[in-house]
Design a protein around this ligand. Structure first.
Ligand SMILES: Nc1nc2c(ncn2[C@@H]2O[C@H](COP(=O)(O)OP(=O)(O)O)[C@@H](O)[C@H]2O)c(=O)[nH]1
Ligand SMILES: [Mg+2]
Length: 314
């Protein structure tokens, strides 16, 4: 059983050494623990610090790729290095690496394929209130929309993935992968589990989030796009019915005036109502087409999963 701890890192010279040194190298039921750093074009001494602290594999992106693409690459690189379990942690010492054995336990026990380390964000003194609110909103949004029946900390990067889960996930977005992977995991029927692991306060400014409102907007956009891919019928039917519903209200209004005062002077609302009804109906029909495309996606993903497995065996 080989565990690879992946750390996407961007300018983490200050904290990376403590993170790497805290990772337990001997864990019950695990034969080997390796550490893989994926540097995203850091301009500080991240790579040198990682080497000195004992990272086993240090890779650098040929150009800055952002966190989502870097995470995707880190998963692939870990699978290529025969990982049976992959743990992702951050390079800022936000997470408590000594809890890795707890994080991977549900996977070792074959009870889960993805384990999320839920943080205590409301107790963190240095996390800005707006980020706490954004995190909570994101978690609520993902749970409700993807119907995930767990109290999951959706933006926590402290997670363990089984090899099978890593093979199943296909990261599509280029901003953050955190919410996307949860929606996908639920869609693939991968067993999720959450365990409470208090996180630490971090002093340095976020590498990922330059502006919280911008981050929330981008994350919502990612969630919406991923939802239209994974739940096309629900998304399109919701939008279509909303527009159809408004059209219906205008039709009822028109009919009311037609029968009480005659139709004159209300032709505009009749035109608006017909347009809305038609658009709403067409969006619902588009939903059916999107769901047919969705079935194709499932077939493609199954193919991709199998070819990744074959490639790994070579
Ligand atoms: N490779 C890569 N890593 C990044 C990037 N942005 C952030 N990270 C890393 O991702 C992890 C989480 O970033 P962090 O700044 O702690 O984000 P936050 O705590 O969620 O606001 C850290 O290990 C960062 O070094 C990026 O653009 N590329
Ligand atoms: Mg952080």
């Amino acid at each position: 059983m080989r565990l690879i701890v992946i750390i996407p890192a961007l300018n983490e010279e200050a904290n990376l050494a403590s993170v790497i040194k805290e990772i337990p190298r001997s864990i019950d039921r695990v034969d080997e623990v390796k550490v893989l750093i994926l540097d995203d074009g850091s301009t500080d001494k991240t790579v040198q610090v990682a080497k000195e602290a004992g990272a086993d594999f240090i890779l650098s992106n040929p150009q800055k790729m952002g966190l989502a693409r870097t995470f995707k690459r880190a998963l692939e690189e870990a699978l290529n290095r025969e990982a049976d379990i992959i743990v992702n942690t951050d390079g800022d010492n936000h997470y408590d690496q000594s809890k890795i054995p707890e994080l991977i336990k549900p996977i070792l026990d074959k009870k889960a394929e993805i384990v999320i380390g839920n943080r205590n964000i409301w107790e963190l003194k240095k996390m800005p209130l707006v980020k706490k609110l954004g995190n909570s909103m994101g978690s609520w949004f993902v749970r409700t929309i993807a119907r995930i029946p767990l109290k999951v900390d959706a933006s926590s990067g402290y997670r363990a993935y089984s090899k099978n889960a890593a093979l199943r996930l296909n990261i599509l977005s280029d901003h953050t992968y955190a919410h996307e992977t949860l929606i996908q995991a639920h869609d693939h029927g991968l067993a999720l589990e959450c365990i409470d692991i208090p996180a630490r306060d971090v002093d340095r400014p976020s590498r990922l989030i330059s502006s919280v409102p911008k981050h929330i907007f981008k994350s919502l956009l990612v969630i919406f796009r991923i939802l239209t891919i994974y739940k096309p019928l629900r998304v399109m039917l919701s939008i279509g019915s909303l527009i159809f519903g408004v059209g219906l209200i205008f039709i009822i209004r028109f009919l009311y005036f037609y029968f009480t005062q005659g139709g004159e002077g209300h032709i505009q609302s009749l035109i608006l109502a017909s347009a809305l009804l038609l658009i709403g109906f067409q969006i619902c029909v588009l939903g059916l087409i999107s769901s047919a495309v969705g079935w194709n996606r499932k077939i493609l993903e199954e193919n991709l999963y199998r070819s990744k497995k074959i490639e790994l065996k070579k």
